[in-house]
Design a protein around this ligand. Sequence first.
Ligand code: ADP
Ligand code: ADP
Length: 228
Amino acid sequence: EALLEVDGVTLQYKTPHHLITATYRVSFDVLPGDRFVLLGPSGCGKSTLLKAVGGYMPPTEGEIRLKGRTVTGPGPDRMMVFQEFDQLLPWKTVKQNVVFALEASGRLMGRAAEERAMAYIDKVNLTKFADSYPHMLSGGMKQRVAIARGMAMEPDILLMDEPFAALDALTRRKMQDELLMLWEETRFTVLFVTHSIPEAIKIGSRILLLSPHPGEVKAELNSAGTPA
Ligand code: ADP
Ligand code: ADP
């Protein structure tokens, strides 16, 4: 049974003079426990597709379903982790950042939220830094916090947009190894975007290769904002 169904999805951006087709009739199913990788060169529509699964962008055509229900907006059942590690609240400690996400979403409150937060901070090997502030951490450590925060929400699916791209090669390899072990062990379902073939092969249980459709990428718009 599919957890996530992307069914004939086309995604378009409308700029003042162009209609840009970022994704054209893409279909795939993500099964529970999949580490599903969207692989392809820059500009092939990976981020746009992930944004749509996150509920931040409605499909022009087709449908996205989670557990059989059409996705119409963002929700805590689909947590997103981005490439940049500047998404933590600087005035909160590592632990407070994770607790805040749990409480603000209404997932868990008080002691229960703290226990859940510490369990996931431990899973990413940051227990010793739970009371540190983000500015005291390295880039790789900050990214671990962001990932712990996403996983602590225990979403149906974790959406990751090039989460290791801004890290140095050594840190990236270490995090790939550690998270891969964790995800295999816990059967966490992940939808992962990357342009790196080695990364896709390492992380993925399944890989979808996307290529741009040059002929369909752009359409001129006339003054009425409709395709010319
Ligand atoms: P990828 O993540 O694979 O690099 P993107 O999803 O970022 O690709 O982009 C796919 C296409 O959509 C590209 O042609 C890009 O220029 C275009 N695009 C992305 N974001 C926007 C935007 N906000 N407005 C207009 N066009 C965009
Ligand atoms: P590996 O995982 O063995 O480092 P990659 O293909 O991921 O192999 O990386 C090879 C090199 O390409 C890296 O050292 C890095 O400099 C660069 N690189 C890889 N992925 C990215 C990315 N997403 N953004 C920027 N640079 C990258």
